[in-house]
Design a protein around this ligand. Structure first.
Ligand code: NAD
Length: 527
């Protein structure tokens, strides 16, 4: 086959010509979004190569899965150490390939990955230890729960946190005893290569953690290669395709998909803290975050003060090439994301909203979109209802917190949400009623970096959990082993023969055990 070289991100463009969706591509070119500079080329993995990678991973997993969990932890910590040792070169590449500020590359990518590895290496022996479940009725038996590796875990990941997101899933899967094959985003192929290079340099088994760069079809080929588990982090549209492909093959999966995080600013919100949180939560990583503040419902008591302060703070942000200087906001990963931002703004302005800050793309070189604040928004506007994934914060004025809550819940997405109030208990009660996988009170974004807690969405934001004990156990087959406590002899009253006499006993047993609270409850209390 001749070479078809595609620019990164081009795989996201639909069309019927050669190379549309990456079907015919054999190489990916990676450009710096902040400068347009060509950074490198990566070979696309063919479907056959993907299949062989999964076969090699399967063989590597046998020995790895048989190791005591403590030894797996010790080896994963070696990987963590290699990441920390090489932090500067990883940060440099993240800054150049993603156009993200140096602080974000260090804190939100390298630090998060190192912390997650440390946290789970400590937690895994306890969380994965077999434990007994006390049976409420079958007291003559003992039940034990074991957490077994699933086998080969396929990790399909996006470009917005191209280091920590695939490594998050990979590290958790590895600690649980699995081998991992990562299909990194076609938009950030070089950073994925770097992660693999760091793994290999730590002297860890090469086939245990592999990467298969490529476009969507490479991801599809990975699922066709029949891994034992799939975790996708990506858009809702891709989630539907990947979940369907997994369903067809009965491969269990986790879907970490898009978000539309609402922020409710209550009447008593601390305006300064809320404003700073909105600016950070809306413009971190240039708004290209699944848990970005994507819509603000501000109580009329604080609305005007809050919008004014957010506009002021937004105008103070420094945007530019993060590889040349310390900036607050970097570049937009590829031109399509800028088109999306412009469409949302045009739709909102056409329906009566006002742009209070930003609102435009910046002239090249590089792809930049100004941090943008819009007010006067409502749910007729796409900016309030569809994922933006760019540096735009839309505001809507509400008269009551109940109205804010109803609007926050009026979404097909439910990943993160935020509530700001000076009354912590009140905010917590409100948080309990918001439909989302995670709700933070008086804070934004941080749960992406707390490995202790489960992360994931409801509704079209996906299912299953990454991180937390739940996320670690998600990477396991849960196995129940049941053993007799006392010998029952050769006959068991529940087995054959079915006689009229035994039926009578069981009928009496039904009443004795369950009517009016019954014997069962008393037995449970005694034992
Ligand atoms: P995307 O859906 O375009 O791509 C995600 C990955 O899926 C890429 O590696 C892509 O090549 C692959 N893919 C595409 N088609 C496939 C197919 N048919 N089979 C298998 N794999 C396929 O997403 P993106 O643009 O890279 O990332 C942005 C999206 O990710 C946003 O919607 C964002 O909200 C979401 N996201 C979610 C989380 C979360 O934890 N919930 C975190 C980060 C990003």
């Amino acid at each position: 086959m001749g070479q078809v070289v595609m620019d990164r991100g081009a795989g996201n463009v639909t069309g019927s010509g050669p190379g549309a969706n990456g079907h015919a591509a054999t190489k990916i070119r990676s450009y710096a979004p902040a400068t347009g500079e060509l950074l490198g080329e990566v070979k696309v993995t063919s479907a056959d190569e993907v299949k062989r990678a999964v076969e090699r991973a399967r063989r590597a997993q046998e020995a790895w899965g048989a190791l005591p969990v403590e030894e797996r932890c010790e080896r994963v910590l070696r990987f963590r150490d290699a990441i920390v040792d090489r932090a500067d070169e990883i940060v440099d590449l993240l800054v150049r390939e993603c156009g993200k500020p140096r602080h974000e590359a260090l804190l939100h990518e390298v630090m998060v990955a190192a912390d997650l590895a440390t946290f789970f290496a400590k937690a895994a022996p306890r969380v994965l230890a077999p434990h007994e479940v006390k049976l409420h009725m079958f007291k003559h038996r003992r039940s034990f729960i074991h957490y077994k590796p699933r086998g080969v875990v396929a990790v399909i990941s996006p470009w917005n946190y191209p280091f920590q997101l695939p490594l998050r899933d990979a590290i958790i899967a590895l600690l649980a005893g699995n081998a991992v094959v990562i299909k990194p985003s076609e938009v950030t192929p070089l950073i994925a290569q770097k992660a693999k290079e760091v793994w290999d340099s730590a002297g860890l088994p090469e086939d245990l953690l592999q990467i298969v760069p490529g476009y969507g079809p490479t991801g599809a080929a990975l699922i066709e290669a029949q891994p034992d588990f799939v975790i996708l982090t990506g858009s809702v549209a891709t989630g539907r395709r990947v979940a369907a492909a997994c369903g067809e093959r009965l491969i269990p999966c986790v879907m970490e998909l898009g978000g539309k995080a609402p922020l409710i600013a209550c009447a008593d919100a601390d305006v300064e803290r809320t404003a700073r949180a909105i600016v950070f939560g809306g413009f971190s990583n240039a708004g290209q975050v699944c848990v970005s503040v994507e819509r603000v419902y501000a109580h009329r008591e604080v609305h005007d003060k809050l919008v004014d302060r957010v506009v002021e703070l937004t105008k103070e942000l420094r945007q530019g090439d993060p590889s040349a200087e310390f900036v607050d906001v970097g570049a937009i990963i590829f031109p399509h994301q800028i088109d999306v931002a412009e469409k949302h703004i045009a739709d909102a302005v056409g329906k009566g909203a006002s742009v209070r800050a930003g609102g435009k793309r910046r002239e090249g070189p590089g792809q930049f979109f100004e941090p943008t604040v819009i007010d006067g928004c409502n749910h007729q506007m796409t900016v309030m209802t569809e994922e933006i994934f760019g540096p735009i914060v839309p505001f809507m004025r509400v008269s009551t917190e109940e109205e804010a809550l109803r609007l926050a819940n009026d979404s097909h997405l439910g990943l993160n949400a935020y509530v700001f109030s000076r009354d912590r208990d009140h905010a917590t009660r409100l948080a309990e009623r918001v439909e989302a996988g995670s709700v933070l009170v008086n804070d934004v974004l941080t749960n992406g970096g707390t490995p202790d807690t489960p992360f994931g969405g409801i509704k079209a934001s996906g299912f299953g959990r990454a991180m937390g004990e739940e996320g670690l156990r998600e990477m396991c087959n849960i196995k129940h082993v049941s053993v007799e406590r006392v010998g029952m002899g050769s006959k068991d009253p529940l087995w054959y023969p079915y006689t009229a006499q035994s039926y009578g006993w069981f009928r009496k047993g039904l009443r004795a055990l369950f009517s009016g609270g019954g014997l069962l409850q008393r037995i449970g209390e005694i034992l």
